[in-house]
Design a binder for this molecule. Structure first.
Ligand code: IDP
Ligand code: MG
Length: 159
């Protein structure tokens, strides 16, 4: 934590989340932003992008040997995605909890994937799965960098 303007700033976590093309087309963008904002996370990066095949192959490089890789890349190219960076304590771990399990049938009730998706190949949302992948994903999706600002509600969210 860093003291800025007399307030303690919580910088212990940062995560990259995507609303996948199906999530965007199903008008779930506002729902996702609302959930993460109400939770208390701080939005420090936000944009709609139509990524290239090469960009998506980098994003999912760890899955390149999987049988579903080609269809995953095609799915991710079916429309624009909304890319976000959320900051806050345990942003990666809590973000995954809020997203739910990869397959919506295994997602806990109340998670985004449980509430809004059925099929593993149309699960609407992406979230960084580790602090290291969050760092790599932020560099990939936001090469221009993200925003740094003091959130006025921070003192109500953190002790
Ligand atoms: P994650 O999105 O929960 O991190 P990963 O294992 O990283 O899950 O897989 C990335 C994405 O690839 C999933 O969100 C899903 O869209 C797709 N995917 C994963 N496993 C399968 C599968 O068995 N069939 C079809 N698509 C899959
Ligand atoms: Mg993953």
């Amino acid at each position: 934590n860093v003291v800025v303007y007399g307030f303690t700033q919580h910088h212990s976590g940062v995560a990259c989340h995507l609303i996948k093309p199906d999530g965007v087309l199903r008008n779930l963008t506002a729902e996702v932003i609302n959930r993460f904002t109400r939770k208390g996370f701080k939005l420090v990066g936000l944009k709609m992008v139509t990524p290239s095949k090469e960009h998506l192959e980098k994003h999912y490089a760890d899955l390149s040997s999987k049988g579903f890789f080609a269809s995953l890349i095609e799915y991710m190219q079916s429309g624009p995605v909304v890319a976000m960076v959320w900051e806050g304590d345990n942003a990666v771990k809590t973000g995954r909890v809020m997203l739910g399990a990869t397959h919506p049938k295994d997602s806990a009730p109340g998670t985004l994937r449980a509430d809004f998706a059925i099929d593993i190949g149309r699960n609407c949302f992406h979230g960084s799965d580790s602090v290291e992948s969050a760092k790599a994903e932020i560099a990939l999706w936001f090469p221009e960098g993200v925003n740094s600002y003091k959130h006025p509600l921070e003192g109500l969210i953190y002790e």
